[in-house]
Ligand binder design. Structure first.
Ligand code: FUL
Length: 481
């Protein structure tokens, strides 16, 4: 008898060893800095420079530093607003196309050091650093490659200037989470008094690979944004709309900032060879800079909620621009709108009904990767179909008839982006009714559907490049229909 028991125990041990397969990544996967970036989801863009005082969107480069004179500049107010709005960081235009520097760069006179603000002793970057630390936010920098003030713009010498400025920003202001390389490039400008048009070849002029090296060396944790990555790509429009099909993959080798790629940037490349997810940049106002006449044109909380669904809800991060006014404060109307939006967000996702509920799947890679991982509230665990299967389905049992109208799904992207097509159905009136169909998922999607009363939800993965791995599924009853 005893030998039979030990034989069975032995067999069981061998079985459980062989049945615990190890999931393998498929295709390009995110680097650590990109994973941290995905988790940020929503953060603030701050456009602030001489334009704030001249009313322009693109300064010509001949603006006197004396026009920069905010009466109550308060980065702590920006940070407080960002924190209260639910944002995780702030990216500031350290230098926009006009060339004026918000920090006292040692490489130019065209900066805050020659403005009356704080008697030329001010440093917006330093103030922002302190404010971000105080409010638990990450900080990022935008340094415009195009410089309409610089006399050497369009010559090789400008590259030294640009890189020296980048080094200042990346060594003097603590940890930077994102470096933003704008694609707008070349044209007319002041250029040290030349007042002429200068064109550059944006494929070659900036020698991006060597600039990228500098960022990697000085801030290895920072992601770099541009039309072509290397780490994060533009979404292809400034209207706040991500693409429903959205691959975090891109064949970036053939691309460069400012190239004619807007059309493909939304979807990315299904079989792209690098992980380069999309970021949605959009302004809370019609312009990127503050203009008094736009005080009445601030996007409403409802409009911002739509943008959220179209960006964070479509596997993108949302970089929402909130430009400070002439005082150096975020205007009351923008604050009111942001707080209204935060309230809507909280209400929208207050009632989650799937957490802790029983989930079963038609197949899984083993116990550690069972269906219950999608309702455990931990994005670090995941359900994975058996290695052989690119089709699989799982069912969440809500226990009783429950109203729902939103679904959130996350793929376990550490193993790559795999899912190509999925369908969600709800069991109601004795049958499975389709509620949402889609293509890609990636870091996160959130989809709306009309309220349905159901006891069970089925998520089918109809097509995937490799065995699907899903970390979270959440179901909500948001207010309204
Ligand atoms: C564009 C710029 O030309 C705009 O002024 C703004 O900074 C926007 C975010 O990017 O390319």
């Amino acid at each position: 008898m005893r030998s039979l028991v030990s034989l069975l125990a032995g067999l069981l041990a061998i079985y459980s060893c062989t049945s615990q397969k190890t999931p393998e990544p498929f295709g390009p996967v995110p680097a650590g800095r990109q994973l941290a970036w995905h988790d940020m989801e929503y953060y603030m863009f701050v456009h602030f420079t001489v334009n704030t005082f001249t009313g322009k969107e693109w300064g010509y480069g001949d603006e006197s530093p004396e026009v920069f004179n905010p009466s109550q500049a308060d980065c702590r107010q920006w940070a407080r607003v960002a924190r209260d709005a639910g944002m995780k960081g702030i990216i500031i235009t350290a230098k926009h196309h006009d060339g004026f520097c918000l920090w006292p760069s040692q490489y130019t006179e065209h900066s805050v050091k020659n403005s009356p603000w704080k008697d030329g002793k001010g440093d917006v970057l330093l103030d922002l650093r302190q404010a971000c630390d105080e409010y638990g936010l990450k900080m990022g920098v935008y340094l415009s490659p195009w410089d309409r003030n610089s006399a050497v713009y369009a010559t090789p010498e400008y590259l030294n200037y640009y890189r020296n400025q980048l080094r200042e920003l990346l060594t003097k202001y603590g940890e930077i989470f994102e470096v933003w390389f704008d694609g707008a490039n070349g044209g007319n400008g002041y250029y040290g008094g030349a007042r002429e048009t200068r064109r550059i070849d944006n494929r070659t002029y900036y020698d991006w690979p060597n600039t990228i090296e500098i960022v990697r060396e000085l801030q290895p944790g920072a992601v770099m944004f541009s039309d072509a990555g290397p780490d994060v790509r533009w979404v292809g429009n400034e209207r706040g709309i991500g693409s429903l099909t959205n691959w975090c993959l891109l064949n970036r080798d053939e691309m460069y900032p400012g190239g004619p790629f807007a059309k493909i940037l939304g979807e990315g490349h299904e079989n792209g060879s690098y992980w380069v997810p999309a970021e949605v940049d959009v302004s809370i106002r019609p312009g990127w800079f503050w203009h008094e006449k736009e005080d009445s044109l601030v996007k409403t909380p409802q409009e911002l909620l739509e943008i959220y669904y179209n960006s964070v809800g479509r596997n993108c991060n949302l970089l929402l621009n909130v430009p400070p006014d002439k005082r150096g404060l975020i205007h009351e109307n923008d604050v009111a709108s942001l707080m209204g939006f935060k309230k809507l967000l909280d209400e929208e996702f207050r009632t989650e009904v799937a957490k802790g509920k029983k989930a079963v799947s038609d197949n899984s890679l083993g116990r550690k990767y069972s269906a219950s991982m999608v309702t455990d509230g931990d994005p670090g665990t995941f359900w994975m179909a058996d290695g052989k299967s690119s089709e699989a389905s799982l069912t969440i049992d809500l226990g009783s008839e429950t109203e729902i109208n939103r679904i959130l799904i996350q793929e376990y992207i550490k193993l790559g982006q795999r899912i190509q097509r999925f369908r969600v159905s709800a069991y109601a009136g004795g049958e499975w009714k389709p509620v949402v169909e889609g293509t890609t998922i990636g870091h996160k999607i959130i989809r709306k559907f009309p309220v349905i009363k159901t006891s069970r939800i089925k998520v089918e993965i109809n097509q995937a490049k490799a065995a699907p791995a899903v970390s979270e599924i959440q179901l909500f009853r948001a207010p309204g229909e």
